[in-house]
Design a binder for this molecule. Structure first.
Ligand SMILES: *Cc1c(COP(=O)(O)O)cnc(C)c1O
Length: 387
């Protein structure tokens, strides 16, 4: 069966260039980057080259990049590491209510450790309420964390404005930019942020490696200790092959960003308009907001999203129920709930996310399959007259 992969916000396939860059480190090349000999220095040089590539992608300097095991770890380090280091200054944090669970559950840990957290509301378009953010800030607030692009809806947050507001009060700003990097230009100085999370496998790099940008002078308490790696901010021997792949993926993500933005946006927009023609009752969650070009979150009133997702999979179309991590839990999406999406579509919303390997023919095919599957689901769930 021909398969159509529309779940690139969950993970993306490796680019061939990334695979080629990693290959020597999975085959004959090896070395512990902490070793003084030739093998070690070779690994160190490879890691440093990748660090440079990741730094260049976001307009940072090499020393400001900390490699981690994932975007999740980068979020944990940003939230828990920074707040721990600033314990003497205060014990309050403000985050948006639509953050990735890596941020939200890091905040839950803080709360268990006696810190206070404000979860700032978004409007029905999924955009942060800046007045509510302002009102939430206190003299003891040490950190604000607002994601750049939402993983479920693709909606972009006004991070630049968030930084202006926080900076005026001397408060540090973190942004989870995992879903924005490689899709829109992301520059740490333009955004004005102090900390920024990235993940390789969301930009066609390998799984199991991420990075946290830490602005020069910002202190973080390491989550992992036991070695001097990453300038003592993250102990543990680096995953050289994965880091090398990340570097190459970062380099590729920075190329033709504008062309790829336009290609994805036009495929996504065409997909949504074709679909709305076939299924007029559908609605695009966050569709009126500025979004990354690859993400479409569509609500189908009265439809069981889980059933729709499985029926699509049987037809070869891979989509997602909001966040991959929360599917299967049957809990409706906290993001859509925060946007006050009506109950009738809360459980019938699916996320379709495109990537570099998708082509426009797949999108028209997906529309055809989706409308067929929807018709079938409706015909079996609505009893026929007289039956
Ligand atoms: C995927 C994702 C993460 C987690 O990254 P991993 O590398 O998969 O741990 C964090 N934040 C957002 C917004 C994501 O989409």
């Amino acid at each position: 069966m021909k398969r159509i992969y529309l779940d690139n916000n969950a993970t993306t396939p490796l680019l061939p260039e990334v695979r080629e860059a990693m290959r020597p480190w999975l085959e004959e090349q090896f070395g512990n980057a902490a070793s003084v000999h030739w093998y070690g220095q070779r690994a160190r040089a490879a890691i440093d080259e990748s660090r440079g590539a990741v730094a260049r992608l976001i307009g940072a300097t090499d020393h400001e990049i900390v490699f981690t095991s994932s975007g999740t770890e980068a979020d944990n380090l940003a939230i828990r590491g920074v707040v721990e280091a600033l314990r003497h200054k205060g014990n309050h944090v403000a985050v948006s209510s639509v953050e990735h669970p890596a941020v939200l559950q890091s905040c839950a840990v803080l709360e268990r450790h006696g810190f206070q957290v404000t979860y700032v509301a978004v409007n029905s378009d999924g955009i942060l309420d800046l007045d509510a953010l302002k009102a939430s800030l206190r003299p003891d607030t040490v950190l604000v964390s607002v994601m750049l692009a939402n993983n479920e809806t693709g909606v972009l947050q006004p991070v630049q404005k968030v930084s202006e507001i926080a900076k005026a009060k001397g408060i540090l700003v973190h942004t989870d930019a995992v879903q924005a990097v490689g899709k829109i230009p992301v520059q740490v100085d333009t955004l004005g942020v102090d900390l920024l999370s990235l993940s390789a496998h969301k930009i066609h790099g390998p799984q199991g490696v991420g990075a946290l940008y830490v602005r020069k002078g910002v202190e973080v308490e390491p989550l992992l200790v036991g070695g001097g790696q990453e300038r003592k901010r993250r102990a543990g021997s680096e995953n050289v092959a994965a880091v090398v792949g990340f570097g190459r993926a970062a380099e590729m993500a920075g190329r033709d960003l504008t062309a790829e933005f336009q290609r994805l946006a036009s495929m996504r927009d065409e997909y949504e308009s074709q679909l709305l023609k076939q299924v007029p009752s559908a609605r695009i969650n966050g569709g009126r907001s500025p979004r990354v070009p690859n993400t479409s979150n569509i609500g189908f009133p009265g439809i069981d999203g889980e059933a729709l997702l499985m029926a699509l999979d049987l037809e070869g179309v891979a989509a997602s129920l909001g966040a991959a991590c929360s599917s299967g839990t049957l809990e409706p999406s906290h993001v859509l709930k925060a946007m006050k999406v009506p109950d009738s579509i809360l459980r019938g919303s699916l996320r379709f996310s495109l990537g570099r390997f998708n082509v426009s023919e797949e999108m028209s095919e997906a529309v055809a399959i989706l409308s067929r599957v929807l018709e079938h689901i409706q015909s079996v769930s609505t009893p026929k007259a007289g039956a």
